[in-house]
Design a protein around this ligand. Structure first.
Ligand code: MN3
Length: 208
């Protein structure tokens, strides 16, 4: 059984970009619901293994769609919480160098990351990820889909594009949300650790 982890910071830590009201709804209701449904299916079907194994095992199988959607959303949200910090940061070290080399610098990364998120139709996620050779890419995914089934790439950061992530605070202004998010909230220290894992063939962050 998987247990909803506490946020790694206070519910108000991400204000004003994300209010504590949004964080309570998002973590205590949406995220918890994904845990509840996942655990119910795990129990009914007698499944075992890590959350990563469950998500990979269910990916692409029509009969496992409900398990995939919920288990992937459990993983995506716990990862999303870790990808943010109430302390404004900047990338450094090898990650900063790679951002300059592959993505044209931090401002260009922001422009392209925001554009990818704004251009995404409907619900989903926008990711900064690293290929195993260290090349950085910006990708989007639909609904609960994530990068777990692709061994060639490791996520460094993600932002939630579902309306529940920003509607209370930014209404329909997804672009405004993404710009404010990118300026204030990325946990670049964590992204740098993920980047080092990607380059060294490591697994990176695993769900607790
Ligand atoms: Mn969400």
């Amino acid at each position: 059984m998987f247990k909803l982890p506490d946020l790694p910071y206070d519910y108000a830590a991400l204000e004003p970009v994300i209010s504590q009201a949004t964080m309570h709804l998002h973590h205590d209701k949406h995220h918890k619901r994904y845990f509840d449904v996942t655990n119910q299916i795990v129990e009914e079907q007698g499944l075992s293994g890590s959350l990563e194994d469950l998500v990979r095992g269910a990916a692409g199988k029509a009969e496992s769609r409900k398990l995939f959607n919920n288990a992937a959303q459990v993983w995506n949200h716990t990862f999303f919480w870790v990808c943010m910090s109430g302390e404004r940061q900047a990338p450094d070290g090898e990650l900063a160098a790679a951002i300059g080399r592959d993505l044209g610098g931090l401002e260009k990364l922001k422009t392209d990351f925001v554009a990818k998120g704004v251009g995404h139709f409907g619900s989903g996620w926008v990711w900064l990820a690293a290929k195993r050779d260290g090349t950085l890419v910006i990708v989007d995914s639909h609904d609960g889909e994530n990068l777990l089934s692709d061994d060639g790439v490791l996520p460094l950061l993600v932002c939630d594009l579902w309306e529940h992530a920003y509607y209370l605070d930014h209404k329909n202004d997804r672009e405004g949300f993404l710009k404010a998010w990118f300026d204030a909230l990325p946990n670049w220290k964590f992204a740098g650790e993920q980047y080092n894992a990607a380059k060294s063939g490591g697994k990176g962050w695993q769900h607790p």
